[in-house]
Ligand binder design. Structure first.
Ligand code: GRG
Length: 302
């Protein structure tokens, strides 16, 4: 087995573990909850996906020397719930208006718009609820730091702020597009949650701020490469492999790296950020998985 096959198998094994962990979280929801909201939450949460954020969180913790990986479970579950909540809202008619996500009809197509809004709200809130409960029962600062890293990454200076820039940019159309704007938008909309994932993992392992900051930098660079590849796949990807429609950026008149600098230019940028991520992974040490992951994400087709 070569290195690539080894890590692809490893990623598959880890995502099976994440699925089981998320199932456990859903089974902890008490029976007094209206079943319709639990069903809509579970539909999107268990619809597949790469499970990148929880895997990165646990792997960062492992790289930083954490022995008891179950310490990361609540935070890894929470970050996937938050990510899924953002996908549900992103697909709504008021946002990207997409019919397909993770190879399945989007939440609003199955449950209606009102229930999809609530399912997104519910996953976001449930993530915060399980982290707050864990922090209140385990008062070591490393857990509070992890919860803060994740909630801040989600908020107005992170993902929600980035989505705000995205919506405004879409309204303004392609005229306002610049490399600076796109980098700012992607850093907040996409990279922040990846940064939150590795920072939370590193904090849980007891890493200090200087190490956490290096992890954040790694995630920023792979996040930029990841999002630029997303722009490329929206033009040249295969819908059945991607599990979502292509062409939605140009339909929505969205400025992207491809509209700004063409396919070849966008590919060059994705490679540049991948190399930057790899050089931070080398500095971090004990991060072979992350070295491989940077290349894997840059070459992905889904
Ligand atoms: C409800 C918390 C909340 C936020 C609402 C809609 C919104 C604000 C933010 C949208 C953020 C967003 C969709 C950013 C794009 C990030 C991205 C590249 C998503 C795709 O991630 P993958 O490829 O998806 O990891 P899978 O399906 O594999 O998990």
């Amino acid at each position: 087995m070569n290195t690539n096959e080894y890590y692809i198998n490893y990623l598959t094994e880890q995502s099976v573990g994440v699925e089981a962990m998320l199932k456990r979280r859903m089974s902890e929801i008490t029976s007094d909850v209206p079943p319709q909201i639990a069903e809509a939450m579970e539909y999107s949460l268990m619809a597949g996906g790469k499970r990148l954020r929880p895997i990165m969180l646990a792997e960062a913790a492992r790289s930083c020397g954490l022995k008891n990986i179950t310490d990361t479970e609540i935070y890894a579950s929470a970050i996937e719930m938050i990510h899924t909540s953002s996908l549900i809202h992103d697909d709504l008619p008021a946002m990207d208006n997409d019919d397909l996500r993770r190879g399945k009809p989007t939440s609003h197509k199955v449950f209606g718009e009102a229930m999809a809004i609530l399912a997104g709200d519910a996953l976001l809130n449930h993530a915060n609820e399980i982290m707050a409960r864990h922090v209140s029962e385990n008062t070591e600062p490393r857990f509070a730091k992890a919860a803060y890293a994740i909630t801040k990454a989600t908020g107005i200076s992170g993902m929600i702020g980035g989505q705000t820039i995205d919506i405004l940019a879409e309204k303004a159309g392609l005229d306002i597009a610049s490399e600076e704007l796109l980098v700012k938008m992607y850093s907040m909309k996409t990279c922040a949650l990846l940064e939150g994932a590795v920072a939370a993992g590193a904090y849980i392992a007891g890493a200090d701020e200087s190490v956490v900051n290096k992890w954040r930098k790694y995630a920023l660079y792979i996040g930029l490469a990841f999002q630029i590849v997303d722009d490329i796949l929206d033009v040249v990807g295969n819908e059945s492999v991607l599990g979502k429609p292509i062409g939605s950026d140009s339909e929505n008149n969205k400025p992207t790296f491809v509209t700004l600098m063409g396919l070849d230019g966008a590919r060059e940028y994705a490679e540049k950020y991948t190399d930057m991520a790899k050089s931070i992974a080398c500095e971090l040490g004990n991060a072979e998985f992350f070295l491989w992951l940077a290349d894997y994400l840059c070459k992905r087709d889904r």
